[in-house]
Design a protein around this ligand. Structure first.
Ligand code: EPU
Length: 405
């Protein structure tokens, strides 16, 4: 199991908060980490793998930096927006290109900006770039209208160097937020309540570099659980955290998957056929939206009808027509997918619309008759260190057709 992509990227952004040499361990070797390293390099920080096999990344942050995230990098990776908070906190200025739409539909950043404004930042949009300024951020009580992961992270990273106390109400509670808070605390920040809906931050004058190990990736763990649910057999997943995926495990158990929690690992085994259940995605501790394509793939071959309701992102069903091409019986109505389980899928050429849907199509291919060819597989490499290698180790017949692409 690798470290979580969605934590590693934010921790890399948070290094900007303190000059010096930071050491990040358990960092996944994925394309999005390379993109964040490119962004840090543009800003003047250097990033090197000191032990690539072990995922040890060293980030050297200089005294002065170029407080800018250009469009070509923000467009490549939307998560680049999380440099906004740290840049404003440390340098009092930031220029970050506005991310465009993506396969999830329009994803605004209004909550990020409003939250930072409450700390005293001001923003102007010019030529597609948000220009932020703040003499010295000042702590405030901020009530988020929705527990947005990115807005909570930007605000948290800004508040640690603000003057006085910040209280974030209706904060996101994801394990990646807790990991970021632990990272910041290691740097000398004063943060309490992370993992709950109220996070309190007492601003400090300066922060120091840190040595930190990234939390394990719950979405990657779920991908391998789905692979076993789909193809049958048994698996042990080292480093997987059952306590970070409780609601999903409850659903998978209700479908008939046997999952046992050992110390620092999960065991799972699948019955001949899973049973359909209804699943709704919600912010943590609910079933994460990122699991959804995996759950839909599982439902597509389960016994019965399952309804999946998406409550986090408006347009995240792009992979459904691909599963239908493989013989799945799925009807999408608004933010619901009604999935009637079929006996078996049939392999077909399909296209990966994003990271998680790409992984779900690979997993669906494991149980389909004949060959499944997933194109646009570069999406999968953005988020998974070695999906193909790990599936092969589990006995699957899967390979990159053209490794260079
Ligand atoms: N939203 C707004 N305004 C904002 C911010 C968010 O309306 O200013 C809305 C979004 O449009 C969405 C909802 O709030 O409908 C939730 O968005 P959130 O901010 O929580 O998500 P995010 O920070 O953009 C992260 C992960 C996603 C994951 C979501 C939900 C990263 C880099 N991305 O996105 O992961 O699906 O949280 O848990 O951490 C992925 O890994 O492939 C991925 C997309």
């Amino acid at each position: 199991m690798s470290g979580a992509k969605n934590s590693a990227l934010k921790l890399m952004a948070a290094t900007v908060l303190a000059q010096g040499r930071h050491i990040l361990r358990n960092v996944p070797r994925i394309a999005d980490v390379d993109t964040m390293a490119d962004l840090l390099a543009r800003m003047g920080a250097s990033t090197t793998w000191s032990d690539e096999a072990a995922g040890v990344l060293v980030v050297d942050v200089p005294e002065t930096m170029n407080a800018e995230a250009p469009y070509e990098l923000v467009e490549r990776m939307r998560a680049s927006i999380v440099v906004l908070g740290p840049l404003l906190a440390r340098f009092g200025e930031a220029r970050v290109a506005v991310p465009g739409g993506d396969d999830f539909g329009h994803r605004p950043i209004d909550m990020h900006l409003r939250a930072l404004e409450e700390l005293g930042a001001s923003f102007a949009l010019s030529h597609g770039v948000i220009e932020g300024r703040a003499e010295r951020l000042t702590g405030a009580r901020v009530l988020l209208e929705y527990p947005s992961v990115g807005a909570t992270e930007n605000l948290l990273m800004a508040a640690v160097l603000a003057k006085g106390r910040t209280v974030i109400d209706n904060a996101a509670r994801e394990p990646e937020i807790t990991d970021l808070a632990a990272f910041l605390t290691g740097m000398g920040a004063e943060v309490s309540g992370a993992g709950s809906s109220t996070i309190t931050i007492e601003g400090v004058e300066r922060l120091d570099p840190v040595d930190h190990s990234v939390v394990s990736d719950r979405i990657e763990a779920a991908t391998y659980l789905a692979a076993v649910g789909m193809a049958g057999g048994a698996i042990s997943i080292k480093g997987a955290r059952a306590d970070h995926m409780e609601m999903l495990l409850e659903k998978l158990r209700a479908m008939g998957l046997r999952v046992d929690d050992g110390s620092d690992q999960l065991w799972a085994s699948a019955p001949d056929r899973l049973a359909a259940v209804d699943v709704s995605t919600l912010p943590y501790p609910g079933v994460a939206t990122d699991y959804k394509p995996l759950v839909v793939a599982l439902l597509s071959v389960s016994d019965g009808v399952g309804i999946l309701t998406e409550n986090v992102f408006a347009g995240r069903f792009r992979y459904v027509p691909e599963l239908v091409r493989m013989g799945a019986d799925i009807r999408v109505e608004g933010h619901h997918a009604v999935v009637r389980g079929v006996e078996a899928l049939s392999g077909a050429p399909v296209r990966a619309p994003d990271i998680r849907a790409g992984a779900a199509l690979v997993v669906a291919g494991l149980a389909a008759d004949g060959e499944t060819l997933v194109s646009d597989a570069h999406h999968v490499a953005r988020g998974y260190q070695d999906l193909v290698g790990n599936l092969v180790r589990l006995g699957a017949d899967v390979a990159y057709e053209d490794a260079s692409s």
